[in-house]
Design a protein around this ligand. Sequence first.
Ligand SMILES: [Zn+2]
Length: 493
Amino acid sequence: MSIFILLNLHMPLNHSNPTTKGIKRALLVALLCSTLLRLSAQTYSASIRQYIDYYQDTIALVHCYLADVVHKRVLPDQTVVMEHGIITATGDSKKTRVPAGATIIDCTGKSVLPGFVMLHEHMFYPAASESPFYVHFKQLPVTFPRLYLACGVTTIRTTGSIEPYSDLSLKQEADAGSIIGPEMYVTAPYMEGPGGFAPQMRAIQSAAEAKEFVNFWADEGFTSFKAYMNLDGEVLKAAIEAVHARGLKITGHLCAVTYREAALMGIDQLEHGFLAATDFIKGKKPGACSYSDNPLASIDPRSREVMDLIHVLVSHKVMMTSTLAVFEGLCRQDSVPGPSVLDAMAPDTRDMYVKYYSHEKSAGMDSALKKDLIMEKEFSDAGGLLTVGTDPTGNGSVLAGYGSLRAIELLTREGFSPIEAIRIATYNGATALNALDSIGSVEAGKNADLVVVEGNIQEDINRIANIKWVFRHGVGFDSQKILKQLNGQVGKY
Ligand SMILES: [Zn+2]
């Protein structure tokens, strides 16, 4: 179809006035780009096609509940039409015309959601070994991209890389359709200061080094950066300036620098809700990372002190990523993970988790998690842009995909409704990536990145885990078939 449209657009181009000419050229470029990036069933190899249920040019999902994240409501009896990977119509099933020849999927009793846009993702996981907790990471380039997509995550932003060239390759392969995986926005290797715990992180010592680091990885193709715990204020400030000079964004899992200090320096985003904030740690020395397993111990989450920090963050337009699932793994009161997560793990990984990592619990985490949830809700209510991510690290209980769904579910524990949680995981994520024109909601003109789940999502957020199909650019994958094939594999590769 693209060649004809391109030609038709091209012909009158010469006869148009300059303004129309500009618009037509923009359209042409947009079409050309979308043609180049278009994934169709033909793009995928036979080994991948066995997981694809729907690949037709025109598909209509009819009689579904639709998660309308723009207006924060769930609409009954809706139709969604997708053509050539793009959503072309949505609306009431009685009024929405389905094009002739469309493949019609009856979605009675099912909900259609925008594909999830998760913002704290990794392609690695704690390695199966007797090494001390939290030191060695292992890249999982085969299983993680598949887990993400099968669990409805159609877009991710990685948030710190340990194998940067592997992450870049995975992005290219997912774009080309040579692997099953989400669209990837890639973050460079961690920007850490001296004293970090992971061997994969460079210790950046000076402002000049930070600038050089940023420019090197930006040249390599990374589009965002992550400042880590031991980076000091002066170096962080230089990093922020260097990243912004490239027109890119920087987030932080901070410790040595407080949230307030980072906001004043112009950081774009903060990871882990308020659980990495050292603003409230009594006796914290400026510039020193004083880790506490309950950084929120001393404060009331609705106190004036907290509201004041939230005001600083919101007025400086600092975004925040909630990562509740990875912290839930460290809580004492919750029994995580569920049986499907243990089944997904490779035998070595399951042994490691059950015998060793699962006992890594944090005494203060139960109370800290509850406080953090309240503070994240206050931040959002105050106008802050809250996003959500998985962070598949911690004590190993959080896998890509399964953990993503859990992170979304947990948002509803202290006040967000199911549709608000879904909005945070879709619309807000797309907003943070400046990608709202193509993803983040089910609206005509956007990529047909959709999740179809059993049941009415309004009634029970846990239904996001009952996924039937995940559409990426209009190609419908059988979620359960992918997950079944991965059982016993995660952690191996
Ligand atoms: Zn992380």
